[in-house]
Design a protein around this ligand. Structure first.
Ligand code: SAM
Length: 412
């Protein structure tokens, strides 16, 4: 990887520095800020983007070398994380999920998986003690209050993170991996995350965390997720995070030959309005009188409205998809047709294979997919976990940007 600063990159590529900063703002490249005005970029990534080179179609990544490392997956949803870890070569031993539609989805696609359909709070994990290598889970971050009494894990009792940590205490896996939204970083000015990391330390795990951008990990979507990797303190395992790829996958490539599937439609007036928005555009592209009609009081608010009446671009990864494909503030209209993405298009954007089926009504299917960890992102994380268990630190290493860890813990 050749790193160059902003001006040098512009000179080499024959583009303006403003152009490069626009790519960075659009999250098509990953720059590292080195001071108030300057950045470091990966020259190969810039060159790929300038030459419009893409790796071809979206590939659902799968290893040819399965391992015997065993995983428990908590809060399994419709299986995005579980499938990615399986594709990486890990063996799924148990999945826990409370929602019936999600459980039906998991059982339909993987009848051989051991799925428990229950509230995690009611499950005892001690039978699995010392038999599991990895416990993974995207604990939902429901609002919870904590006393902040400095009691560590006890302060978090009542939260689903507490249940995640309880599972670690009972199972004693070598590694734990938790996934959450980026917003957890700033929740209560960072206090919530710090408390969680301290709690992990208290129960015998070193923890490191990083915000990962899915678009640099073979996922055709700009989706950021906070990943915490914790390793048992009595083992000499150091956390590693995936190495970013130097390309992104455009929505056009991702939706090539996408099988048809059900999808929601806009109401008539919304469809008329959305038909006026060009690919990549949003409410600002509408005539003023229609802006007023569509935006109503939100027109007066300042900032943060780029998601209103948003139409996706063909030539970039999709914007983050949410639990519903047509929400006012996070609209993601198809680039060409005037409609939200179909269920199968949603699944493609999350890098689910076309044969992964979803159960339940349309609303539920969109929600399951929108909640998932992108399968290819989980695949890359799984590769890191395997490397960690095998003591192989030469493969995937984490980029330096946004790397944060508990002081005292060196991260490779
Ligand atoms: C963010 S989603 C997980 C998505 C999943 N990691 C994937 O990649 O598809 C969180 C899941 O936790 C489940 N959940 C919430 N509360 C739960 C509980 N008390 N016990 C078990 N599962 C629960 C929800 O039903 C939801 O499917």
């Amino acid at each position: 990887m050749t790193q160059v600063n902003l001006q040098k990159a512009a000179n080499i590529l024959g583009v303006t520095t403003a152009e490069i900063l626009t790519w960075q703002k659009k999250k098509l490249i990953k720059g590292q800020k080195i001071n108030q005005v300057d950045w470091l970029f990966d020259l190969e990534q810039l060159t790929n983007l300038k030459n419009n080179q893409s790796p071809g179609e979206l590939r659902i990544l799968q290893t040819v070398e399965p391992t015997n490392y065993k995983v428990i997956e908590l809060f399994a949803g419709c299986g995005g994380m579980a499938l990615g870890l399986e594709n990486a070569g890990l063996k799924t031993q148990l999945l826990v999920e409370i929602n019936q539609d999600c459980v039906n989805t998991l059982r339909l696609n993987r009848p051989q998986w051991n799925v428990i359909n229950q509230d995690i709070k009611k499950i005892k994990f001690s039978n699995f003690r010392d038999k599991i290598d990895i416990v993974a889970g995207g604990f939902p971050c429901q609002p919870f209050s904590y006393a902040g009494l400095g009691k560590g894990l006890e302060d978090l009792r009542g939260s689903l993170f507490f249940e995640f940590a309880r599972c670690l205490q009972e199972v004693q896996p070598k590694i734990a991996m938790a996934e959450n939204v980026r917003g957890l970083l700033s929740n209560k000015k960072g206090e919530t995350l710090q408390l969680m990391l301290q709690a992990l330390q208290e129960i015998g795990y070193y923890a490191a965390y990083q915000v990962l951008s899915a678009q640099f990990l073979d996922v055709p979507q700009k989706r950021e997720r906070l990943i915490i990797i914790a390793t048992r303190q009595d083992l000499n395992i150091k956390p590693i995070f995936p190495q970013y790829k130097n390309y992104t996958i455009s929505l056009k490539k991702a939706l090539e030959n996408c099988p048809s599937s059900p999808g929601v439609e806009y109401k008539e007036r919304k469809k008329e309005i959305m038909s006026l928005v060009p690919p990549g555009g949003n409410w600002r592209n509408l005539p003023m009188d229609i802006q007023k009609e569509y935006m109503k009081n939100s027109l007066k608010n300042h900032g943060g409205r780029t998601g209103y009446a948003k139409r996706l671009s063909w030539d970039e990864p999709a914007l983050t998809i949410t639990c519903s494909p047509a929400q006012t503030q996070t609209e993601r209209c198809h680039p060409q047709e005037t409609r939200p993405l179909t269920v199968r298009e949603y699944a493609r954007v999350q890098s689910f294979p076309d044969d992964w089926q979803f159960t339940g009504n349309l609303t539920s299917q969109y929600r399951q997919i929108g909640n998932a960890v992108p399968v290819n992102m989980a695949y890359h994380l799984g590769g890191c976990l395997i490397n960690m268990l095998q003591g192989d630190y030469l493969g995937e290493t984490q980029p330096k940007t946004e790397q944060l860890s508990i002081p005292g813990l060196e991260v490779h």
